[in-house]
Ligand binder design. Structure first.
Ligand code: PMP
Length: 435
């Protein structure tokens, strides 16, 4: 049954003002709700799995700030640690013991990197990893995959996912051709295309960068065999393999996708969860590779707020909770049950909907296809159905990220009751979408 739209009067007023201050009224494009129904919601507060908007509407949140909030909003342990550290000053531009503490938590529990460098965003981490690979191999070209998003640095805004695909443009204006020419783009899950690129640009490719769990253009899960093939072809060609684990790192397991697939990349990038909700990114590799970074090596990379004590504190408080025995098992099991219950519902009704899932990440695809592993397999017209579902879900108190190309996240703060309420909202919404 259709129900009335939620009130957005206060959000609409804030948005009108915001449009006079910021391009499109936002500081990051997808937030503008351009591809879903209505005014963007201005969020006032969050607690656990719930958020409240400026009109007092309450939602169960499956966006989780696009991934960082694996423990939900305003986690008490993170709040306590951050508040304690903030009292002593917010930034020094000098080393602090907190950086060591976060590095130890990560390096002692991750078999895939030996040294790490903290940045302030995922974009910076990836941009720096690419520079490291170029400096290390003394080659210029990089290879990326269609639909993978790696932040907004110049070389990587070519056939990318996330906000670009949401708005129907997969590359950005303002990227010089000379830069774009150094970026080779091939389709995911296509060994022939890879072989072709390595043959054409023999000895020229510094790095292949992939989201090993591509989650910015739907959830384009790759096979173990394909990822292993990628590892092998990089090794044979002296090309560095970069796993961009900004989403999958600490999400599908503490060791991210490298741990899940048991594949050793040459460099790994992290973001989101590593900062506990504050701005942090990181990249890591073997000690030998990392020692090519300044001040010991010749690859320059720096940051006024890199390793910021408040952000480190949030990361420490978050990651130490993830290391508790059974944390991921419980979270992933909870997600699998949620996904399977929805699949049972859509299959029972014969609706052309699939839910793809790994760990605590899920993605709704409005399709009949059994699997989707490349960007071009997604029909842009299917996004109309997502838009309708998104509106119905908001009206029923469920907040998904405002784009059908983006994935949803479940946190440890989502209770069984939250997930039951959400399932009912999804069932009712899909009944309306397919009525
Ligand atoms: N890499 C991947 C895989 C991402 O998903 C993102 C952001 N969604 C980035 C890089 C860029 O991170 P940030 O937005 O923190 O700059």
């Amino acid at each position: 049954m259709s129900i009335p739209d939620i009130s957005r009067a206060n959000s609409a007023e804030l948005y009108e003002k915001a449009k006079t201050y910021f391009p499109g009224g936002v500081n990051s494009p997808v937030r503008a709700f351009k591809s879903v129904y209505g005014t963007p919601l201005f969020i006032e507060k969050g607690n656990g799995s719930h958020i409240w908007d400026a009109d007092g509407n309450e939602f169960i949140d499956f966006c989780c700030s696009w991934g960082p909030l694996i423990l939900g909003h305003a986690n008490p342990n993170i709040l306590e640690k951050v508040t304690e550290v903030m009292q002593k000053g917010m930034s020094f531009g000098a080393p602090t013991a907190l950086e060591n503490e976060l590095a130890e938590l990560i390096l002692n529990n991750n078999r895939f990197i030996e040294k790490i460098r903290f940045t302030s965003s995922g974009t910076e981490a990836v941009m720096s990893a690419i520079r490291l690979a170029r400096g290390y191999t003394k080659r210029d070209k990089i290879l990326k995959f269609e639909g993978c998003y790696h932040g907004h640095s110049d070389s990587l805004l070519v056939k990318a996912g996330s906000g670009l695909v949401t708005f129907g443009e997969t590359s950005s204006a303002g990227v010089p051709n000379a830069f774009a020419n150094e970026t080779i783009v091939v389709a995911l899950d296509d060994t022939k295309a890879l072989e072709g690129a390595f043959a054409e640009f023999k000895g020229e490719i510094a790095a292949v960068i992939i989201e090993p769990i591509p989650a910015n253009n739907g959830l384009l899960l790759q096979s173990q065999e394909y990822l292993q093939y990628l590892r092998d072809i990089c090794t044979q060609n002296g090309t560095m393999l970069i796993f961009d684990e900004v989403i999958s790192g600490f999400r599908v397991g503490f060791e991210g996708a490298a741990g899940v697939y048991g594949i050793q990349p040459d460099i790994i990038t992290y973001g989101k969860i590593i900062g506990g909700g504050l701005p942090v990114g990181a990249y890591g590799a073997s000690a030998e590779v990392m020692d090519h970074i300044s001040p010991v090596g010749s690859v320059y990379q720096a940051g006024t707020l890199s390793g910021n004590p408040v952000a480190m504190a949030a990361g420490i408080a978050q990651l130490s909770q993830l290391l508790k025995p059974g944390f991921y098992q419980e979270l992933n099991d909870k997600t699998a049950t949620f996904v399977n219950d929805i699949l049972d519902f859509v299959n029972g009704k014969g609706y052309p909907v699939k839910l793809f899932n790994i760990g605590s990440i899920f993605w709704f695809a409005f399709t009949d296809q059994e699997s989707i592993s490349t960007a071009e397999q997604i029909d842009p017209n299917s996004m109309v159905k997502f838009k309708e579902m998104h509106r119905e879900l908001l009206n029923r108190g469920v907040y998904m990220g405002p784009s059908g190309y983006e994935v949803g996240f479940i946190s440890s703060a989502h209770t069984t009751a939250d997930l039951e309420t959400t399932k009912t909202a999804i069932f009712d919404s899909l009944d309306i979408v397919f009525k």
